[in-house]
Design a protein around this ligand. Structure first.
Ligand code: ADP
Length: 810
């Protein structure tokens, strides 16, 4: 056989092979079965064991023609052949050289191919070495990523070979399709072939990397899903173990919904939520939100009511039993209850509102009404509520949303007809988050409150069976529209005598009971209670009195328990007399002896009316050299400041008559101060007090400390009436004031003052400032006659101030 190295062409038996491309220098085992191929093999074996192997274009063809076979193949040596029992032959061949088919003949019953070897172009060594290096690196990386390829074995076997051999070996081992391998086989130029192989490897590396990252992502997702599934299963298992599977729980909720007798809309909402819950993982945040919502719906009292007591006589008894005095208030409450009963069906009952200082029994009256009518009692404090959502709830879209206070209170009451006490309605404020009073209006409106919609519940709730009672300290800070809805009942402070009665009959028994001293030998003298009222409290109501009584009771209880072992109980009598109070409560907290204090120049006693009831308010004035400035301090409101200016103008207009220092308004500065400077004060009722102080400061005549006054002043010196008379007189009484000056027009208010107070406090009704000064100043002002006044006015020389800063009389 001619050597193809020498000759350009040669002829060999040809075997068309399937699914494999044989590269030079590569060992390939395969099985030959087709007759023509067996024959070709036999011919070759008989000759020089050389055979031409070319790949079929379509592996499925059993008898391909020469056109169905690729034109480039490999001349190979047959290394081994083995006849198998089924007649097929297993052969092991080693590729020798790539060759191109020139012509194929099949006449002798097998393919014989005439092939030629194409000349290999010369490539510079440097280029080859570069390409070899790159190929090596890429292949190494590829082999590392691909566990099916043993890089070491392949590279070891090619280390000492030529670059061309290396390229063929790598090409043979690449996991690429037959068509691509055939392309590599057909490239004769080694440099070009190596470049193409490098590209193929790069593509394969990319593919593997992409595969891995996708795989990683898929795996992570799978892991997360699996983890959740696993945890959920576990939770289910735990719940089952505890005897309440998720299903059971939903079932339980459903039953509760059925049992709750909800209106149609609410029930539909609840059932919808249950349907949603069935498709949610039980521990997800969403499902918690849904469940909480359903639980709220279920927990609301839709139908349940307390049995109301309609007997007015019984209500009267309860009110009487719980509270001392307050006759008018009790009467109005009974009227209210009667009207409510008669107009029930028309539901146009108005809302009661108790207004008065702290501790006068507003809340406890509410409790009594609840008791008298057989309703549950719930209390909602509106102090500081500034957001509509606090009344009406947040929509469920907010995280952590809850129903508003009204619905929360209804749940707390557990019945649909409780008495809901809206406390501190005057302390509600309004800001950018919406106006809570608007929401409250809806709640209190009997025409609309049968379909109150809370933002959270999102379904109508009927409030028409609820009795609303509001309380507050002052009337003026309740929004007008709310006031119009309400029937306001004023409750004023108590007199000392009333406090004593309340203390003895109500507070003391309550505290004894509360502190476990009910049946114990404890004697509380009336004088001791009076001592508490006078020297340990200063209030309109009885809240602190109750606290102080409670405090003594606790101390007694402590003593009793400590000494129990030593002395027999029956022998122990605790006698609380006025003298012992200091032992229990320490020194007096207040001194109520205003009248006993010395009269001073520039210091007058006024009476103020605050949220906490009436109060005694001192007013100071002083003058100093200056240029006529009026300085007002003590956090005075605008009205009060104007009142001070009016007082001063009145005094200036009368300066000649009062024999004041001529042109005092030009050469003196005036400072009016109302102590307890941090507490804001306002209103016109301090007008006559400020005028009196200023006159006192200018004339140097002291003001009587046992006289208190309250009234507005006009520029002409008229005294006008003011409000809060009862509270103010009670405060004066508390402070030991003997005389109170009031405007004549306030006479009508005196009807409300208990006789016991009027016996102690003398009320003087006045019309003009002159009368005020006559009563309040220690000495009468030396008034000038008309002639003296004219002379004074015409005197060109202003008198000089003598010595000190205080301006005196001239
Ligand atoms: P308020 O709501 O007006 O601030 P509370 O209702 O809290 O006052 O009253 C404070 C305490 O004084 C309560 O224990 C209450 O029972 C008691 N109290 C107030 N007024 C009377 C009264 N007229 N008779 C009996 N107890 C009273």
């Amino acid at each position: 056989m001619p050597d193809i190295q020498d000759k350009r062409t040669a002829s060999y038996p040809m075997v068309p092979i399937r699914d494999v491309v044989v590269f030079p220098a590569m060992m390939v085992p395969f099985v030959i079965g087709r007759d023509s191929s067996v024959k070709a093999l036999e011919v070759a074996l008989k000759a020089d064991k050389k055979i031409y192997l070319a790949t079929q274009k379509d592996a499925s063809q059993d008898s391909p023609s020469s056109a169905d076979i690729y034109e480039v193949g490999t001349v190979s040596n047959i290394v081994q052949s083995l006849k198998l029992p089924d007649g097929n032959i297993k052969v092991l061949v080693e590729g020798v050289q790539r060759a191109r088919t020139v012509r194929v003949t099949g006449a002798a019953g097998y393919f014989r191919a005439e092939v030629e070897v194409e000349p290999v172009p010369v490539v510079s060594r440097a280029k080859m070495s570069l390409l070899t290096k790159r190929l090596n690196l890429l292949f190494e990386e590829f082999a590392k990523l691909n566990p099916n390829i043993s890089y070491e074995t392949i590279v070891q076997s090619t280390r000492k070979t030529t670059p061309e051999r290396l390229a063929d070996t790598v090409a043979a081992n690449l996991p690429i399709v037959v068509e691509d391998k055939q392309v590599l086989l057909e490239i004769v130029d080694p440099a070009e072939r190596m470049t193409k192989i490098c590209e193929s490897i790069e593509i394969e590396i990319e593919k593997i990397k992409m595969d891995r990252s996708v795989q990683g992502r898929v795996r992570r997702q799978m892991e997360k899903a699996q983890r959740e599934y696993y945890l959920n299963e576990k939770v289910k298992a735990i719940q089952e173990e505890l005897g309440r599977g998720d299903k059971d729980e939903l079932e339980e909720l459903k039953q509760k919904i059925e049992a709750a007798s909800m209106p149609k809309d609410a029930k539909e909402k609840a059932m919808n939520e249950i349907r949603r819950l069935q498709h949610m993982p039980p521990m997800s945040a969403e499902s918690t939100v849904s469940r909480t919502y359903v639980e709220w719906l279920v927990a609301m009292p839709w139908k349940k009511r307390s049995r109301e007591i309609r007997e007015i006589a019984r209500a009267e008894k309860v009110l009487e039993a719980d509270h001392y005095g307050l006759d008018k208030v009790k009467q109005r409450i009974l009227e209210y209850l009667a009207v409510r009963q008669l107009t029930r069906k028309r539901s146009n009952g108005s809302i009661l509102c108790f207004i008065g200082p702290p501790g006068v029994g507003k809340t406890s009256l509410g409790q009594s009404i609840a008791r008298a009518t057989g309703r549950k009692f719930v209390r909602l404090s509106l102090g500081g509520v500034r957001d509509e959502a606090e009344i009406r709830g947040h929509r469920r879209t907010y995280i952590g949303a809850l129903p508003g206070q009204i619905i929360q209170m209804m749940k707390k009451a557990g019945t649909r007809n409780p008495l809901l006490l809206l406390d501190e309605i005057d302390k509600m404020s309004m800001d950018f988050r919406g106006d809570p009073s608007a929401a409250l209006m809806e709640v209190l409106d009997p025409e609309h409150n049968n379909s109150f919609v809370d933002h959270y519940l999102d379904t109508e709730y009927d409030l028409s069976d609820v009795v609303f009672i509001c309380t507050g300290n002052v009337r003026h800070s309740i929004p007008r529209p709310l006031q119009d809805r309400m029937e306001i009942i004023d409750i004023s402070g108590y007199t000392e005598y009333e406090k004593l009665k309340i203390g003895r009959q109500f507070l003391l028994p309550k505290q004894l009971d509360r502190n476990g001293l009910k049946r114990k030998p404890l004697r509380f003298e009336d004088d001791a209670i009076l001592e508490l009222i006078r020297y340990y409290t200063r209030e309109s109501g009885v809240r602190n009195l109750e606290r102080e009584i409670g405090s003594i009771c606790r101390k007694v209880a402590h003593k009793l328990v400590r000494s129990r072992k030593k002395i027999k109980l029956e022998d122990q009598v605790f006698d609380i007399s006025p003298g012992k109070i200091q032992d229990y409560l320490g020194p007096h907290k207040f001194r109520n002896q205003m009248a006993a204090e010395t009269n001073e120049v520039g210091l007058a006693t006024g009476l103020a009316w605050t949220e906490a009831g009436g109060e005694v308010l001192l007013t100071e004035a002083t003058t100093m050299k200056g240029k006529g400035d009026l300085l007002l301090t003590g956090k005075l409101g605008e009205v009060m400041q104007e009142s001070a200016k009016a007082a001063l103008s009145f005094i200036r207009s009368r300066s000649s008559e009062f024999s004041l220092l001529k042109d005092f308004h030009k050469i003196l500065d005036m400072h009016v101060h109302v102590p307890e400077g941090a507490i804001p004060k306002d209103g016109p009722s301090a007008g006559i007090t400020m005028a009196t102080t200023i006159v006192s400061a200018l004339t140097g005549i002291a003001v009587r400390r046992d006289v208190a006054m309250t009234g507005e002043i006009t520029l002409r010196g008229k005294v006008l009436p003011i409000g809060g008379v009862k509270e103010k007189i009670l405060a004066a009484h508390r402070a030991g004031i003997g005389t109170v000056i009031l405007a004549k027009d306030n006479e009508k208010d005196l009807k409300e003052i208990p006789d016991s107070v009027l016996e102690k406090v003398k009320i003087v009704l006045v019309d003009t400032m002159d009368e005020v000064l006559d009563i309040a100043l220690e000495k009468p002002i030396k008034r000038k006659s008309r002639q003296q006044r004219d002379e004074y006015m015409n005197d060109p020389q202003p008198p000089q101030l003598e010595g000190g800063e205080q301006a005196g009389v001239h």
